[in-house]
Design a protein around this ligand. Sequence first.
Ligand SMILES: [Zn+2]
Length: 349
Amino acid sequence: MSVDAELSDFIRRMPKVELHVHLEGAIRAPTLLQLAKRRSVELPAGDVAGIERWLEFRDFDHFLEVYLTISRCLRDPEDFQLITAAFLEEQARQNIRHTEAHFTISTHIANGVNAGEVAEALAETVLDGERNLGVRLRWIPDIVRNVDPSRADQTLEWALSHRDHFVAAIGLSGKESHAAAPFREHFEVAKAEGLHRAVHAGEQSGPATVWEALELCGAERIGHGIRAVDDPDLVDELRRRRIPLEVNPTSNVCLGLVASLAEHPIRVIREEGLSFSINSDDPALFHTSLTRELELVAGELALNRREVASLSTAALDQAFLTPGERDTLAGEFAAWFEKDGLSPDSPSG
Ligand SMILES: [Zn+2]
C-alpha cells in the first residue's frame, strides 16, 4: 500500500535521524564520476544514467565489485571530503538532522590512504556540515568480520585515536558466517574507552549472531537484526534491555533476505514492542533514501502522521548523542511537529 500525497509530503519535510547508512554505499553517480575522473579509475559507464544503472543492486558479487571500485576511487583526504560533503548535502535535502554513518577505514588503509589525514579531513567536512547545513554527522568505523583480523586492530586504533574527530562508535560488518568471537577484545577495549557499539547481526544469519553481538560485542544497537524474531527468548531479551534494531527494508529485499516488503518482519518487530529505527543502508546501491524507506514502511504498516513522527523521535532516542545534544535536537523536533499540528498530547495525527 502506498501513502497519500499529504503523508508523503509530511515524511519528506519532517526532521529525521538516520542511524544505519554506509558512507561508501551512499555515493551518488555524479560524485562517483567526478571522483573516478580525478583518480583515473575506469568506470563501466561515462554518464550519470549509465553509472546509476551500474550502481543499482544486481547480486552480491556485483555489489562487492561496486563497493571495491568506489573504494579504489578514494585515495586522498580531499576525495573523502568530496563524498562526505555530497552525502551531507543529500542528508540536508531530506531534513536528516543527525546521521551516524558506517565507514570501512581498514579497506582504505589497505588501499594506501593516510588514515590520520583522512580523519582530519573528515572532521573538517563534518564541522562545515554542522555550521552551514545544520546537519550533524558521527562516524562508526566498522571492523569487517571476514578479513584479516589485524585490520580490526587498525580500525579500533583509528576509532580510539580520533574520538574527538566525531567518531561515536565502533561497528562490526561483513559476512555473518564469520564469528564475532575473534573481535571480542576489540569491543571490550572500545567499551572500556567509552566508545559505543553498533553491530551488524541477524541479517544473513539467524538469531545466534544477535546473541553473539549482545554477549561478545556488548552491542548497544543491532544492524538489521531482523532474524531475531525467530527466537522468542531473544525478542524478550532485546525488549527487556531496550536494544534497538536498525531496520533497512529495501536492502533486505534487494539482498533476497525477504521476498518482498509485505513479508518483511517489520510488522512483527513493531507488534512485539521492540525498539527500532528505519534506515537506507546503502542508498545509492539500493536506489533508495531514508525518506523513501519511511514512506514504504508507513504504507506497509498503514501509519498515520503521529506514528510516522514517532519513528523520528524514537531514532533520536536511540542515537549515540550526549544528553545535551539529544535535548537540543529533541526540542527542535518537538517544536517542528507542534508547528505541524502534532502537539505532544493531541489525540491523533
Ligand atoms: Zn549495513
